[in-house]
Design a protein around this ligand. Structure first.
Ligand SMILES: Cc1cc2nc3c(=O)[nH]c(=O)nc-3n(C[C@H](O)[C@H](O)[C@H](O)COP(=O)(O)OP(=O)(O)OC[C@H]3O[C@@H](n4cnc5c(N)ncnc54)[C@H](O)[C@@H]3O)c2cc1C
Length: 457
């Protein structure tokens, strides 16, 4: 039986960096990958979708050429070239991760599916490997709910979307959250007729209501159909494609399309990992239970990234790696509970979000101050001709620390970090008020906007 100091299962956003840390420290490490190197973000998540967002944005701006003083005639989309550009970006990243791992001294790279044999051993390709420490970084996949008709119709997920080399004519997207909304705008801009079907009363239900409404307005202005309150979704095969039954409060009871994408959440890749043989506990939704430093119930086994249910983003998975590595190698007692929630929604304009939502502030019972400012009054935004969206900031009335913020608008995904870093510094918002920011930027408005705080209602 081969023995290693550490075994890492999965090459997502935490595993490869952790392997590098072990290898650099002169420890032997085996890293196991059953599919493409780099995992979801690189192959079927962030990288390909953000590459598609960039194509869709360029096409959108070309169509608006007259507003900027140029004309390109009819804008014609070549879906194969769009796909080729996306594939090139993903391949570059995936191959980069693979080459990095294979080039590491002390690191053994194994292609195959790993499953636990005991708390300190895993089986891969009929070989049993043993280690003092095992790190699980197996990620997740699209959730496919048991809705009526789901087994009778072909449907797409974020993974199979990566292979399509045609433009869906009438594209139905079930799920009005991050994944669904990004694909909706991308394909609308590429030329599809798009309908979003969402069970809840609004898009991105966890967001503030005014942000949800503003996102809806942005998407509807581009001709995306949005059907909310679809309480009872069912699928049925039709000659031309698929019918999605809705039972909505308003409008016809079904929409018919040529393709349907299921974008209704994610599930962890934990059911085929032999976790019972390792004695590793999971919760009722299949997520591996971990403590504040990401160790499972079994001493010597950790779980990082989407599979632990403590985050669902590339940056949360990478931060998991930092927490585990700093605890192990630097005796720096970092904890998951120290991190501040932050994410972006990459529609155009993007939404950057950090800290608490309005509902969370309300629930906390704190006395707070808040401000809301339209992007249309930001010089940089109207210079660029991109004035949709709002900036919202909420601060604690006593400590003056920032509680949460949302920047929906041009540059929102970047500008949000000004606020996020001040939150990490636990500094009062007044620090920003006294800062001199560069003109013309969206960030230069933050000092002015913070000067307009009023009691949070
Ligand atoms: C469409 C889409 C867009 C997204 N966009 C963004 C974004 O813009 N920003 C952002 O922060 N996040 C985004 N995300 C989320 C992000 O992709 C994930 O949070 C992130 O990739 C999680 O990484 P991970 O480290 O948990 O594991 P993953 O990246 O999922 O990797 C897990 C790896 O483990 C391997 N594996 C699983 N089981 C086994 C086994 N038994 N043996 C061996 N190998 C195994 C898998 O093959 C996979 O390669 C997006 C997700 C989707 C679906």
């Amino acid at each position: 039986m081969k023995h290693f100091d550490a075994i890492i299962i999965g090459t997502g956003q935490a595993g490869p960096s952790l392997a590098a840390r072990f290898a650099d420290a002169g420890k032997t490490v085996a890293i196991i990958e059953r599919s493409k190197f780099g995992g979801t973000c690189v192959n079927t998540g962030c990288t390909p979708t953000k590459t598609l967002v960039a194509s869709a944005y360029a096409i959108h701006v070309a169509r608006r050429g007259a507003e900027y003083g140029f004309s390109v005639g009819d804008v014609r989309v070549d879906i194969n070239r769009v796909k080729a550009r996306k594939d090139a970006a993903s391949t570059r990243s995936s191959k980069g991760v693979e080459a990095w791992l294979r080039g590491m001294t002390n690191c053994t790279v194994i292609q195959g599916e790993a499953s636990f044999q005991s708390p300190n051993s895993v089986m891969v390709n009929d070989e049993v490997l043993e280690a003092d420490k095992i790190y699980i970084n197996v990620g997740g996949r699209a959730r496919v709910p048991e809705m009526p008709g789901i087994h009778d119709v072909p449907f797409l997920t974020n993974s199979s979307m990566m292979d399509i080399d045609f433009l869906p004519e009438q594209f139905i997207i079930v799920g009005g959250s991050y994944v669904g909304l990004e694909f909706a705008q991308i394909y609308r801009r590429l030329g599809s007729e798009v309908t979003i079907v969402e069970m809840g009363p609004r898009l991105i239900g966890r967001e503030d209501e005014d942000i949800s409404d503003a996102v809806r307005e942005i998407l509807e202005a581009e001709g995306i159909n949005i059907r909310l309150n679809a309480k009872c979704i069912s699928l049925e095969k039709r000659d031309a494609g698929v019918a999605v039954g809705l039972t909505c409060e308003e409008g016809p009871p079904e929409v018919v399309g040529t393709q349907v994408l299921m974008a209704v959440g994610r599930i962890p890749n934990t059911s085929d990992l032999g976790l019972d043989k390792g004695g590793v506990a999971i919760d009722t939704r299949g997520y591996i239970t971990v403590d504040d430093q990401l160790q499972t119930n079994v001493s010597g086994i950790w779980a990082l990234g989407d599979c632990n249910g403590r985050g669902a983003f590339t940056h949360t998975s990478y931060n998991d790696y930092e927490i585990v590595a700093d605890n192990l190698f630097n005796a720096d007692h970092r904890r998951v509970s120290d991190r501040i929630q932050a994410y972006a929604l990459y529609i155009d304009p993007p939404l950057g979000r950090c800290g608490m939502t309005d509902a969370e502030v309300r629930k906390s019972g704190r006395r707070a101050l808040a401000v809301k400012y339209p992007m249309s009054r930001v010089t940089r935004a109207y210079e660029k001709g991109e004035t949709q969206g709002i900036i919202k900031i909420c601060v604690d009335a006593e400590t003056k620390q920032i509680l949460g913020a949302a920047i929906l608008g041009v540059g929102g995904d970047e500008v949000i970090h000004v606020l996020l870093d001040v939150m990490y510094a636990k500094a009062p918002y007044t620090v920003i008020e006294r800062a001199m920011h560069i003109h013309p930027t969206v960030a230069e408005y933050l000092p002015t906007i913070l000067g307009k705080l009023v009691p949070f209602a």
